[in-house]
Design a binder for this molecule. Structure first.
Ligand code: LRH
Ligand code: MN
Length: 383
């Protein structure tokens, strides 16, 4: 196992995974859920404390809007983590019924752009490198709006945001096949995101959310192509059985996660100069949230360890020889290797408990936050 890759691994946690979340049918609340971004940071720090590989937390604006982002960054530092990617939100306002930056109404587009600029201001205050843009924009019925003109409006807004970014800041464009729009999404697939990022410039990259594809999509192919083009900026890891289920990464299809991370390895995505942001984007609707995040981080570690185990010399030799089953076998040997003891040893070596889930359960933190966090408004998606 290439433990260098595992030692260097950094997985960014989504602040919103610690708040209440659900579906249109029900958002189940849980006792002890954070009431503000400071408490979300506290919970995220627990995941880093026991896994050692989750040193940053992505924020979502306005869900994580605070008076003083400097104070939030200082609080994060005290907790041993840092503030990461800033996620904009132009999908929860009545004005955005027909879209935000692609809306036919110039005043609505102006309002949406103002929010995106606010998010860049937040980045300046938190020291964040990445602005992640996911747009719910789209249409529900053929003819509802001009597909082409919506692309023009989108491109105009992206160019304005890109021009506002500092030299060390990046724009990460996330695509999604459907939901909440059901006929067209204005950024539905990797090709559309790729085209806009090529037009924008060097610091515009694509975000691959593993739940945003049509069933059966070969996501690792997309990853290989984006890496080859130098346009893979980030992952939003989660898993799904059907739609954008936002389940624990690797839970629904651990083999797919392995295949994706193997292409990341082959494409240099684990090299020490790699700038890919590995993030989780999940909702723990029915399961406890901090253990859910710990399990998620461990699933990414296990898939990464398996990907790092692939004997690339043997693989190359078999591929060059046209030995189909031989080559496939080399990959399956790595995938079928139980890497859990190797990771447990690596954690012990790093002074961590070999079993993060058990260590967290023993800590009493879960019981403490239930006792302490009484009253106030539990955090959620605020929809
Ligand atoms: C959209 C999405 C996006 C986030 C949201 C929380 O489905 O994946 O990344 O802004 O979830
Ligand atoms: Mn996402």
């Amino acid at each position: 196992m290439n433990s260098e890759i595992l030692r260097r691994q950094q997985i960014e946690l989504p602040s919103w995974a610690f708040g209440n979340s659900g579906t249109r049918f029900k958002v189940f609340t849980q006792q002890g859920v954070p009431r503000d971004p400071f408490e979300k940071i506290d919970d995220a720090a627990q995941v880093h404390r026991y896994t050692g590989v989750a040193p940053s937390v992505a924020l979502h604006i306005p869900w994580d809007r605070v008076e003083d982002y400097g104070a939030l960054a200082a609080h994060a530092a005290e907790q041993g983590v840092r503030l990461g990617t800033i996620n904009a939100n132009v999908f929860q306002d009545d004005d955005y019924r027909l879209g935000s930056v692609a809306n036919p109404d110039p005043d609505v587009r102006k309002k949406a752009l103002a929010h995106l600029f606010e998010c860049v201001d937040v980045m300046d205050a938190t020291g964040s490198r990445d602005l992640k843009l996911w747009f719910a924009d789209g249409t529900n019925y053929p003819g509802q709006d001009s597909i082409r003109e919506r692309q023009d409006r989108l491109a105009e807004a992206l160019a304005a945001v890109y021009a506002r970014l500092g030299q060390d800041q990046r724009l990460i464009l996330e695509y999604k096949l459907f939901e909440p729009a059901f006929y067209t999404m204005d950024v539905p697939d990797w090709g559309t995101a790729f085209a806009h990022c090529l037009q924008l410039g060097e610091r515009a990259k694509v975000c691959v959310d593993t739940g945003h594809h049509a069933p059966g999509t070969n996501i690792e192919f997309i990853v290989a192509v984006l890496l080859r083009a130098g346009k893979l900026g980030a992952f939003d890891f989660n898993s799904r059985f059907y739609a954008d289920d936002d389940l624990i990464v690797g839970a629904a299809d651990p083999f797919q996660l392995f295949r994706i991370l193997f292409e990341v390895r082959v494409g240099g995505g684990f090299d020490d100069d790699s700038e890919i942001a590995f993030m989780l984007d999940q909702c723990h609707n029915i399961e406890p949230k901090i253990p859910g995040q710990i399990r998620s981080v461990m699933n990414v570690q296990e898939a990464t360890a398996k990907a790092s185990l692939v004997d690339s010399d043997a693989l190359r030799a078999a591929q060059a020889a046209g030995d189909v089953l031989g080559a496939h076998g080399v990959l399956m040997d790595a995938y079928n290797t139980d890497v859990r003891p190797l990771l447990a040893d690596l954690r012990s070596e790093q002074g961590l408990d070999p079993d993060p889930m058990a260590a967290y359960a023993r800590s009493g933190y879960a019981e403490r936050i239930v006792a302490e966090r009484v009253g106030g408004n539990q955090a959620g998606w605020g929809a």
